[in-house]
Design a protein around this ligand. Structure first.
Ligand code: ADP
Ligand code: ZN
Ligand code: ZN
Length: 702
């Protein structure tokens, strides 16, 4: 008897290969089995999707190839995992193979039979204990009333939970306790905890290890993120897939990990844009987490659930809206642990400051006072480098990138001009390349410059120990070397540093204990950006940044958030002043409703990269022309093709076309019908020069 397994292999959405390929096998292969199959001249990794005993219409033995081998010792990927992958592929308009194979550790493809067997044997020895005793202590403290109420509500919730907890309200403790309960309830239960960027939160990992390794064994907590080596990723993935790991802590990619015992999914800082992938299948890990919870729950006994917890002090408006509608259960924890106050907002009207001042004198004075008391300050700025542009005032030359429609940033420390889009780097020219003028000067300012200026402004300020004030900088440049981020965070926690200047990475999640002043010095760009999500992002950033101040209740009464702005009357600041996220959300959602914007309407982008802007747009417009008459064409609006804000990156021209629909279902069905048209349109004469296209469903930036 022969079997005709359909097997998915890594095929990009654009290759035109169908969703799966049919092979032959002497053995019946369970769906989800990992196999090696011939593809062209190579042998590739594949996942068995189905295994019928009859060949599909028109296929004969001569036309199919046999499966080359099975990855022994690995249990098949379960039905729920396959359902998740299938959903993600369909929803985000990618091929099944691309999504399925991208979810597997790359090393699985390359290991020989013997190597894999050895890895599995090593894992089996490291085996974790099962079960976890219940207990209710928060690092030796009693749970707050709010924490307890949230946990109780969580235990009986019949929907995904939106944990709306102020900064410092103790959300992490709720995650820990919920994890403990889930593990205690079932000997093989597993928990997935997702964070936006794992490197930024070494504390969180430490707390999970501290809490659960003594209870569940040394291998119980594993990480899964893109900063790991291929060997580490394989090891974590195997531990999760075989059930040895009880807790997987990871970034967005972890949402697609194989977790056969999954009983709880936590999405921390659920508003964070990094949950949305910006390449390949552009999935939202937060949305997939909710879907995954539903699929897992359907497979459990009637009274059991795989709970999903989305936590944030500034939830995404999508999640907030879902809670308004009752699709999610909103649990609020408004109070800070220990009864500490949230920082007071101080708006600095830049219209009334000395001309050209980067830092308003009252702000500098306030910082000096804090340093004198042994407290710390945080200064937030959205640009790294020294200055965003270097310019010649004689002839107007600017440090444009030759490969992008963007300026190269001046980095003073190593005297380079660096493009933050394509990476192109050169030494700063001695004179203007166009006119020879020696006097070329930086325009605008970045973190390096603010660090330098602050060090000057605070030069005479003394710490309580009599030493000089110390200013440090933390951004993508200062943390590039492995381990440097941890070192920098440690100097902040230990109190060695008095003022930390940095990009938004300093605003995220950190539990700094001695900060009493946070300042945002150029927030205005977020107030008037053309992107309709800019206010939401700015509000979240400022509120999260404020959340780093006054985390120690004893100092919280005097903690402050300073915002330098030319528009102090802007309504966004009124809600910020009250720490009133709900009020902000209500006004934003009303604006979105009147404009038909998400979450009240649904969007997708068709993006094209090409050698010329004209070709990119021509492809998009041709694809739009060819969409006329497709199913649900009447229910969607196709806008004309436009260049991206940064239209050229690394010599590739970029354009996009917005698709809008009132209903998600209509948008989905239209996109599915459009997909073959998009593939076919590539060979139109107008599209000559097209490099690639991609569909972005529920885009975050348009
Ligand atoms: P969030 O994530 O909500 O901003 P965290 O979980 O970081 O807040 O908690 C803030 C601080 O309060 C942490 O230092 C944490 O150890 C502490 N904490 C949490 N719960 C309690 C509790 N019940 N009693 C005392 N301290 C707590
Ligand atoms: Zn010049
Ligand atoms: Zn560039």
């Amino acid at each position: 008897m022969a079997f005709w397994p359909s097997i998915v292999v890594a095929t990009p959405a654009h290759s035109g290969v169908g969703t799966s390929l049919t092979y032959r096998s002497e053995l019946s292969l369970a769906p989800g089995t990992l196999v090696r199959v011939p593809l062209g001249a190579r042998e590739v990794l594949g996942v068995v999707w189905e295994c019928p005993t009859e060949p599909p219409e028109g296929l004969t033995e001569a036309k199919t190839k046999p499966v080359a081998g099975v990855l022994d010792g690995l249990p098949p990927l379960n039905d729920r995992w396959r359902q998740l992958v299938q959903f993600a592929a369909r929803y985000y308009q990618r091929s099944l193979g691309e999504v399925a194979l991208a979810a597997l550790p790359p090393q699985l493809r390359d290991l020989s039979h013997e190597q894999l067997a050895r890895r599995l044997k090593r894992r089996a020895k490291a085996g974790a204990k099962t079960g976890a005793p219940a207990g209710e202590v928060a690092d030796g403290h009693q749970l707050s009333d709010e924490q307890r109420q949230a946990l109780d509500a969580l235990a009986t919730a019949q929907a995904p939970v939106l944990l709306f907890g102020a900064t410092g309200s103790g959300k992490t403790e709720v995650y820990l306790q919920a994890t403990q309960r889930a593990l205690a309830a079932h000997a093989d239960a597993q928990v997935l905890v997702m964070v936006p960027e794992i490197n930024l939160t070494p504390q969180l990992e430490a707390r999970f290890r501290e809490r659960f390794e003594p209870l569940c064994g040394a291998g119980a907590v594993v990480c899964l993120h893109s900063g790991m080596t291929p060997a580490q990723r394989l090891s974590s993935w195997l531990a999760a897939h075989t059930g040895q790991a009880r807790i997987v802590l990871g970034t967005r990619m972890a949402v697609l990990a194989s977790l056969p015992g999954l009983r709880l999914i936590v999405v921390d800082e659920e508003h964070d844009p990094s949950y949305k992938s910006q390449e390949g299948a552009r999935y939202s890990a937060r949305d997939l987490a909710v879907y995954r919870g539903k699929v897992e729950t359907e497979a459990l006994a009637a009274h059991e659930r795989c709970q999903v917890v989305l936590g944030s002090a500034t939830p995404s408006l999508e999640s907030w809206h879902a809670a308004d509608q009752g699709r999610y259960l909103r649990l609020a924890m408004p109070a800070r642990i220990g009864g500490g106050a949230l920082p007071r907002l101080r708006l600095v009207d830049m219209n009334h400051q000395p001309k050209g001042a980067v830092l308003a004198p009252p702000l500098v004075a306030a910082m000096a006072e804090r340093i004198g008391r042994g407290e710390q300050c945080l200064v937030l700025l959205n640009r790294r480098g020294y200055a965003p542009v270097l310019a010649c005032h004689d002839c107007g030359w600017k440090s444009a990138c030759p490969h992008c429609s963007a300026y190269r940033v001046f980095h003073k420390l190593d005297r380079t001009l660096r493009c933050h889009h394509c990476g192109f780097t050169e030494r700063v020219p001695r004179a203007c390349p166009d006119c020879g003028n020696l006097d070329i000067a930086p325009v605008g300012r970045g973190t390096e410059q603010v660090e330098e200026q602050l060090a000057g402004l605070l030069a005479d300020v003394k710490r309580p120990d009599g030493g000089p004030a110390r200013v440090a900088r933390m951004d993508a440049d200062s943390t590039r070397l492995k381990g440097s981020l941890e070192v920098q965070l440690a100097t902040m926690h230990s109190g060695e540093v008095d003022v930390l200047v940095g990009t938004q990475m300093i605003a995220k999640g950190h539990d700094f204990r001695r900060i009493t002043l946070v300042a945002s010095i150029n927030a205005d760009s977020g107030l008037f950006a053309s992107d309709y999500r800019a206010p939401e992002r700015l509000f979240a950033l400022l509120m999260q940044a404020a959340g780093r101040a006054g985390r120690d209740a004893a100092q919280s009464a005097a903690s402050e958030m300073w915002v330098q702005t030319w528009y102090p009357q802007h309504p966004l600041f009124a809600s910020l002043k009250q720490h009133d996220f709900p009020a902000f959300a209500v006004t934003q959602l009303a604006e979105r409703l009147s404009a038909g914007m998400p979450p009240h309407g649904h969007q997708a982008l068709l993006r094209a990269d090409a050698r010329t802007q004209q070709a990119a747009q021509a492809y998009l417009n041709a694809a739009a022309q060819a969409a006329v008459g497709l199913p649900h064409f009447e229910d969607v609006t196709l806008y004309p093709a436009v260049p991206l804000t940064i239209q050229r990156v690394a010599n590739v021209e970029r354009a996009q076309l917005l698709v809008e629909a009132a209903s998600r279902g209509a948008l989905q069905r239209f996109l599915s019908a459009w997909q073959p048209v998009l593939l076919a349109s590539r060979s139109l004469p107008e599209a000559r020069g097209l490099v690639r296209f991609a569909v972005d469903v529920d885009p975050l930036v348009i």
